[in-house]
Write a protein that binds this ligand. Sequence first.
Ligand SMILES: Cc1ncc(COP(=O)(O)O)c(C=O)c1O
Length: 414
Amino acid sequence: MGIKYIDNELYVDNVKVASIVEDVKTPVYIYSKQHFIEQFEKLDKAFSRKHSISFAIKANSNLSVIKTFAELGGGADIVSKGELFRALKAGVDPQKIVFSGVAKTDDEIEYALQNDIMMINLESKDELYAVNRVAKKLNKKARIAFRINPEVDPKTHPYISTGLKKNKFGVPYEEVLDTYIEAGKLDNIDIYGIQFHIGSQLLDSTPIYDASVKVADIIKQLKEKGINIKAIDVGGGLGIVYNKKEDNPPSAETYVAQIEEAFKDFPDALLVCEPGRFLVGNGGIMVAKVVYHKTNGKKNFVIVDAGMNDLIRPSLYGAFQEIEPVKIKNSQKIVCDVVGPICETGDFLARDYEMEDVENGGYLAVFSSGAYGFTMASNYNSRPKACEIMVEGNSYKIIRKRESLEDLIKGEIL
Ligand SMILES: Cc1ncc(COP(=O)(O)O)c(C=O)c1O
């Protein structure tokens, strides 16, 4: 099960990728439900105490994907009203939903309070006052946590580092106690938890441990001041393999063991984690068709029918994702740029990349596309968004239809 080659043909679970793309065309995202389940279970089993796995739905917010984790007992980490709407539609238990993000509006706070989610993770005093005000209007007490900026270097890409002093995220470490004390004075605030998230695609578990130790120290100090933390939310960030030759992420067991060790003095607190990439990243591929080849004397270009609007990670972060033919023919290898149809020089899926050449009309799979793939897609250059497919064992279903031209202009007024 999962995504693998059998006799030089790429399969997702038991279904041949070639047969899916012949049916639904390209570009297309294809997910392995089995992989998603296995990743969830790996993490779930690693815990030896009360915990909640709140899937960071920004990584992949398709309703069927969210529902897969909800059915396994998972919750959701959301960052907008739209994500909360999706989580509720997919059947996530509101008591397992945490709300992250630096800029929640009154409208979003109200929606979260009306739906009685587990807790709202706050990032500033301004946000605290806003939540208190909205809760008062609704005659409710808002369960809150503060997101702490532990000022630990996560050793990942600068764009996905969030726990450094220069980042916009979290309450500065030295202001945390004062901020909790302030929260304790407000009538419509129920201090429930503490949260941190130092970055994404973490390949070294030491920074997570270091941050956990710093947060554990804060919990101890809060306890001394009579503030009891009921939920410790360690964020997301666990890395995955993008590059088989280089990436060696910590296992779920190592990750959880370090967190449990750091918080061992608070055995009654609920441990919450917010994994995104770990649950879905390696369970998805994006398949594109080769439309043309072109050589300019210096470079070979393999031009495909998917661009940065479909999968932006390579263009946005210079992220590496492996690309392989859907059918391996062991033909000659070329070094090429795999580029898309968008009118931007930055529109590429790989640069100076060595791979087996695929003739025009053949298909290429971009691996590790299950996270931050479709969710970051746009309609730039008026390109309808790709369709999404979920494979379950021997069959597959369309879980999001390919957009039509009419979809492109939906809501526009002439
Ligand atoms: C607050 C928060 N939680 C969880 C996540 C998910 O991170 P990952 O996909 O690396 O697990 C993110 C990612 O940006 C985040 O900002």
